[in-house]
Design a binder for this molecule. Structure first.
Ligand SMILES: CC(C)(COP(=O)(O)OP(=O)(O)OC[C@H]1O[C@@H](n2cnc3c(N)ncnc32)[C@H](O)[C@@H]1OP(=O)(O)O)[C@@H](O)C(=O)NCCC(=O)NCCS
Length: 339
């Protein structure tokens, strides 16, 4: 007996042109290539042009994904966009993307789960497709961090970590006989713990402040409009939660680490991914990292990683690929896909 499942038809990405090496950052702040590489594995990142918005990056990645899927864009039933760097506070950036794609009328949904946003988006698309409600869903992760970072010495602990970019997938309904063997999204596993929401966040502006204090000069002077991060706490939780998410996916599907062909993890810090791999006994050649080239592109990271892995010949049809992510919220998640 066959069942309706979702399958990733294609991946597309957009990487902005402006390359910033670690040495280039020294023009903006007191830092060094050695400090950044030793602690994070990042060598460079790309930052968008001033004229670009997050939905512009999302559009380029989406157009590439749709072209590679070989479908008419009018077949798309739903647009899901994960981002923590929206074009505007409201409406959702998926609405701007939907208009730029020229797809009036179809639903447009923003996902605000930060570094975990893309897996949340894939999971939502998977549910809509399995129930038969939609046949083709565009899932995008896109970020312009560069315009929202304190790119001075005061903000260096955060600003050196992040890059801009976008990645998109077209997911389609397919008839699957054996979900363990046929090409499809096998399972997704989503988690969050809001008790840690303020460990990595932007405090202001927001509705939690009184009317007169929504955004004051004093708040700007304190830098509350910039991301605030307790780096060590984030690190400690990431190296615990990502292996848990991987193990949950393995147990749900009665698989071992050795059954997985490739791990495409979120890219926050190379040391995090090395510790995750060590705990789980994953050989280095099965972990596909991109952080050295792109930094942390938050919701765009996993689709960019999938695209790069395909281009490098590391991810091929029929392989079992596991992704896991951890980020602000705290949120964390895993996905298991037969490519
Ligand atoms: C941010 C992070 C790389 C810092 O590494 P760390 O090992 O905690 O930092 P260290 O204790 O070695 O260094 C801190 C010192 O470096 C300095 N420093 C911070 N950023 C710096 C930079 N870009 N360049 C140079 N020095 C820097 C600090 O001011 C501090 O100096 P002090 O000791 O004189 O106060 C690490 O905590 C991390 O990666 N955390 C997880 C972050 C993350 O994943 N975020 C995204 C989640 S999705």
């Amino acid at each position: 007996m066959s069942s309706t499942r979702s399958k990733i038809l294609s991946v597309g990405t957009y990487i902005p042109e402006n390359l910033w090496t670690n040495d280039d950052l020294k023009k903006l702040m007191d830092t060094s290539d050695e400090w950044i590489q030793q602690r994070t594995g990042i060598r460079q990142r790309y930052w968008a042009h001033e004229s670009q918005s997050t939905s512009d990056l999302a559009l380029s990645a989406s157009e590439q994904a749709i072209e590679r899927a070989g479908i008419e864009k009018s077949k798309i039933d739903l647009v899901i966009l994960a981002t923590l760097s929206p074009d505007h506070e409201f409406p959702g950036t998926a609405c701007f993307l939907q208009a730029k794609l020229g797809l009036p009328g179809i639903p447009a949904l923003d996902v605000r789960q930060q570094c975990t946003g893309f897996i949340y988006g894939v999971s939502i698309a998977d549910q809509f497709i399995r129930t038969g409600m939609y046949k083709h869903v565009l899932v995008v992760g896109a970020e312009i961090h560069s315009k929202g970072l304190n790119r001075t010495t005061a903000g260096r602990e955060v600003s050196v970590l992040f890059g801009d970019g976008a990645g998109a997938v077209v997911m389609a309904a397919v008839d699957v006989r054996d979900p363990a063997k046929d090409s499809c999204v096998i399972s997704t596993h989503l988690f969050a713990d809001g008790a840690f929401a303020k460990e990595l966040w932007i405090p202001a502006p927001g509705s939690s402040y009184p009317i007169a204090a929504r955004m004051t000069h004093e708040m700007i002077d304190q830098g509350l409009q910039w991301p605030q991060m307790n780096g060590k706490t984030v690190f400690v939780h990431a190296v615990k939660r990502m292996p848990e998410a991987v193990l949950t996916a393995l147990e749900a599907n009665r698989l071992q680490v050795s059954d997985i062909d490739l791990f495409v993890f979120h890219q926050a810090n190379l040391r995090i991914n090395e510790m995750v791999a060590k705990q789980l006994g994953i050989p280095a050649e099965k972990v596909f990292n991109t952080i050295d080239r792109f930094g942390n592109t938050t919701a765009a990271t996993i689709p960019i990683g999938l695209n790069e892995a395909v281009a490098a010949g590391k991810l091929k049809k029929g392989m079992l690929v596991m992704s896991a992510a951890f980020g602000s919220g705290f949120t964390w998640a895993s996905s298991l896909i037969r490519w």
